[in-house]
Design a protein around this ligand. Structure first.
Ligand SMILES: C[S@@+](CC[C@H](N)C(=O)[O-])C[C@H]1O[C@@H](n2cnc3c(N)ncnc32)[C@H](O)[C@@H]1O
Length: 378
């Protein structure tokens, strides 16, 4: 844009990033595979889209060291760029792979409906051997139905691994909805709710859920619909998801730049929010490797450990990026930690934009601001 200074351009982006609910309704923010499964702490796809268009070209390779629910990878693929990412959470890797894989949709639909039918015929499975956590968070009937579906997926896995993995995401989503919890506390329930309770959300007495099959049916249909929608946008660009620690990961593809949103100290436990999945699917727990985990708190010592960890992540990434590569970091840096982190990892800050975020639902509802750090490798 002739005649415009870099600062004026960034000021313009700044405005564009603070979309109102009317400009960017929830249906757009949660379009196609982006809402395949609930996830606390994702960024919105339109943010990724904006920076891909501004800093990358189709055919480039985008790296996300903190894949989470896979927002960057999905948007990079739709944009026509290759994508590589890692996450220490096995569930997040499963979810991101399922979102970004290419499927033969007819056979996928048949396979998932077959698994559902088999689970319906054999449910409830015997839950006597299930672990104590599962037995405390589900009614006997709901757990028996989830375990019957899990057994059906184990059978499907031998024939079609990719379809079984899609089924595992359906299982996890149904398991989240079928927990013994209140309607207003699905994000982070603390204790199982076994009795009827006064529901603040519905302003009446509600009962905890007693079954899982209705969720399995609903989410099977919704998942197929969402995968079909994304299939229409999907490009042949490659997507690689690694279950690895971002401080040490060695990338199989040479990235052109980064678009990411890192964890922040003391905010979220990323394994714990999907505990039901780890329990049901027997996924490997690497929560000890989580950077900034909420369980470690926000003490001075935890914040210093966070800074060291983030320097390690960005220095490791920088060593695998070309000089001058774009690095876009979306983070609520209220402690102003990033100037030090970036300087020590050899990444130069070009602009620090502020985005107004308006969360509408959940216990963490309310308004807040996040930052978009537009940087370049030295
Ligand atoms: C803010 S979330 C990313 C959300 C993502 N942008 C999305 O839209 O879904 C941060 C992620 O970093 C992951 N993480 C934490 N420590 C990590 C580490 N050492 N290596 C790789 N990933 C890590 C967490 O598991 C979590 O998924």
């Amino acid at each position: 844009m002739p005649g415009r200074t870099q600062a004026a351009l960034y000021a313009e982006i700044d405005l564009e990033l603070s979309w109102s609910e009317e400009e960017l309704p929830q249906t757009e923010r949660t379009k196609h595979v982006h809402s395949l499964h609930p996830y606390l702490g994702k960024f919105i796809p339109q943010l990724v889209e904006t920076f891909l268009r501004r800093h990358f070209r189709p055919g480039d390779c985008v790296f996300d060291p903190f894949v989470g629910s896979g927002t960057t990878l999905v948007e990079a693929n739709a944009f026509g760029a290759h994508a590589v990412g890692c996450d220490v959470s096995a569930f997040n890797c499963l979810l991101s792979r399922v979102k970004t894989s290419a499927y033969s949709l007819g056979s996928l639909e048949l396979a998932l409906k077959g698994a559902l039918e088999e689970a319906r015929r054999s449910a409830p499975a015997d839950a006597a051997d299930a672990g104590a956590w599962l037995r405390s968070w589900y009614s006997e009937r709901a757990l028996g139905e989830l375990l019957a579906y899990r057994a059906a997926l184990d059978g499907l896995d031998r024939l079609d691994r990719a379809a079984a993995d899609v089924g595992r995401v359906v299982l996890s989503r149904a398991a989240r909805s079928a927990r013994l919890t209140t309607h207003f506390d699905l994000d982070l329930p603390r204790v199982p709710q076994r009795q009827p309770y006064w529901c603040h959300k519905h302003r009446r007495t509600c009962r905890p859920v007693d079954e899982a099959m209705k969720f399995l049916r609903r989410y099977t249909a919704d998942t197929i619909r969402r995968l079909r929608e994304f299939a229409a946008l999907r490009t042949p660009a490659e997507v690689v998801v690694l279950h690895a620690d971002a401080r040490r990961v060695e990338l199989p593809l040479r990235p052109s730049g980064i678009v990411t949103s890192p964890p922040y100290p003391g905010l979220i436990d990323y394994h714990e929010q999907h505990r039901y999945s780890y329990e049901l699917l027997g996924l490997r727990d690497r929560s000890a490797d989580e950077i900034g985990a909420a369980a470690r708190g926000r003490s001075r010592q935890s914040v210093r450990a966070y800074v060291e960890d983030m320097v390690a992540v960005l220095a490791n990434a920088r060593a695998q990026l070309p000089a001058g590569a774009p690095v876009i970091v979306v983070v609520d840096d209220s402690r102003d930690l990033y100037p030090e982190i970036l300087a020590r990892s050899g990444v130069g800050l070009e602009a620090r934009l502020t985005r107004h975020v308006n969360r509408r639902t959940g216990r963490r509802a309310g308004e807040y601001y996040e930052h978009v750090l537009v940087c370049r490798t030295a």
